[in-house]
Design a protein around this ligand. Sequence first.
Ligand code: FES
Ligand SMILES: [Fe+2]
Length: 312
Amino acid sequence: MTEPKFLNVGRKLPPTDAISDLPDWKQAQPAWINSALEHALAKPAGGWFVVDATRAIGDGPHGYRIDGEDYVVWRTADGIAVAPDSCPHMGARMSDGFVRDGCVVCPWHGLAIGTEGLGAWKPLTTFDDGVLLWLRSGKGEELTDEPILPARPNPYFDATMRLEAKCDPRDVIANRLDPWHGSHFHPHSFGNLRALEKTDSTVTVRVVYRMTKRVGMEVDAIFECPEPRTIVMTIIRGEGVGSVVETHATPIEPGRSAVIETTLATSDRPQFLPFMKMFARFVRPVIESRARRLWVEDGAYAERRYELRQAQ
Ligand code: FES
Ligand SMILES: [Fe+2]
């Protein structure tokens, strides 16, 4: 099959050979994907889970279910607090209450609790990395002071989306360890994908990121997992070198996960970041809706993978 021709409006890349001329379905080897996934799963996570974009968290209270536990999330004068979503009096959901003077107020009898907690009811350790809110809870995991963050560009323009899928985090990560599906499963967004390099746990691709049917930007990007619930795509050649797309998979409960994906875009073109910031109100929703569209499709992929694993 001849590859479609694109007008590359990004930087011209040096010619390079793909690692294989085989069709994508032969290059996408389940054994390699599973083994790269096992490498990721063997890494420490430090007990940290991404809750959501910090920007998505208003005054609250908001309810989140993470790794089988319910939490209430609200804003205080010192930042964002996360605590069990069960009132220490009689168990009402605090996330159904309201926030007053930095305290979350129970909807049943009006008990107001701040970040000092009450008895055994205590806020958990959180971390705001500037874009994402993390919560440290990991049962049975060795805890670290901070989450294991991938390298990020500085400065950057960020956009984040969150959706849920009926699968486990490993299915989300496995989806991204299979870039070979890109131009087939998302033809509206990607074209001419070729794998350039593969190690035990990373894969580097050259791909056209499509802007219209025949116009796009060709980039080289590497996929790697800094920890077992995160996979990062970093642009290493072409337009926007250093930009990353971080995909975080947070377990909600067995068979249900949240996908929180943040794009941190950068460029050495001096007008790029001022432009993005000036038009953030318009640009951010466009980036988020493109990511969401991809994850509606990739969510279906991950859910199918989960179904197949359950049937084994
Ligand atoms: S259940 Fe919360 S104050 Fe009574
Ligand atoms: Fe995909």
